[in-house]
Design a protein around this ligand. Sequence first.
Ligand code: ASP
Ligand code: MG
Length: 422
Amino acid sequence: MALIVHKYGGTSMGSPERIRNVAKRVAKWARAGHQMVVVPSAMSGETNRLLGLAKELAPSKSSAAYNRELDMLAATGEQASSALLAIALQAEGMESVSYAGWQVPIKTNSAFTKARIESIDDDRVRADLAAGKVVVITGFQGVDEEANITTLGRGGSDTSAVAVAAAMKAAECLIYTDVDGVYTTDPRVVPEARRLQTVSFEEMLEMASLGSKVLQIRSVEFAGKYKVPLRVLSSFTPWDIDINEEAKSGTLITFEEDEKMEQAVVSGIAFNRDEAKVSVLGVPDKPGIAYHILGAVADANIEVDVIIQNLSKDGKTDFSFTVHRGEYARTVELLNTKVLPSLGAAEVVGDTKICKVSIVGIGMRSHVGVASKMFRSLSEEGINIQMISTSEIKTSVVIDEKYMELAVRALHKAFDLDQPVS
Ligand code: ASP
Ligand code: MG
């Protein structure tokens, strides 16, 4: 018998029929002797529907007062799904109670629409568990010091579940979703992609930040910080599959590097099309230029990703970086109006039709020649690399968007990711 947290995504909660299935699955776990805490998302589409209504009334407003109301609004989605799940559990003969974030309470800061969890008081939940109840806690939301309802950002129910599991020292946090685990890459791009049985927490963190949408990145950070055993698995297996088989399915996020020693050097290929490239050409090459350019960009709250500065020639250099595509126009405008005049640079050029493709693997730490294998494989496909960035466990390249799928397929094959791991 153990304390287990289950999290169900919006698709898994998408209809009364599906909610009934969730209830049956949870009841099975409870009847096997586990203490169960369940954290659901809103029914699929509900958060978008609610936020869409707000947008109709006030399209582009963004103030703390407005964001407060957005949270007040969006949090109702999880309140409804949680109550429905508790009702379904009762209909299955389980004693069950649901709580909104403020009732637990899950305390957060006051950054509406992207609040961070500060503490969770688990007394009430523990008392219910001790009384034999299944406890349902709304995902995605909490309460600030002034008793305002807050939300944790899109996809935030993952973080709620992991935070609850951490606070309660759960034996495991199972994230039930519409995919059956973490894959070597997106199977829609590479049909041979394989499900990983385990992935290290650091790899998962890279993959989440590189655009894999399986888990909200905050939840992975949280899991790492508190060492929460985390598993991603499918909610579409029959609810009555053998519990021991279910408990081993999906992908386990591990903290043990040793376990990975025998495995592939590269664990996965991530990609994203959300970035745009900006280059400032003919920049005088002197101390302070990177600060001059990127400081202005940071002051405007624009996040920068890959950065390169070229070799200088005749005292001038070129400086390039990527930003989110949605910030491209604002970045170019800012550079033209605020930075170029004082910098004496020649011009700003850019490209929105780029993508970033990355190989990720903790094995890269202890192997040489991994990046060069990546570059060779891209060159064999005739793909030009525009930018490169590396960390200890990943190498990313920026390439023309139209070669993205080709690049991902080539790399997937080059690193034998389609082969079963021995
Ligand atoms: N319902 C919220 C969203 O759609 C939170 C979540 O599902 O994790 O973003
Ligand atoms: Mg999600």
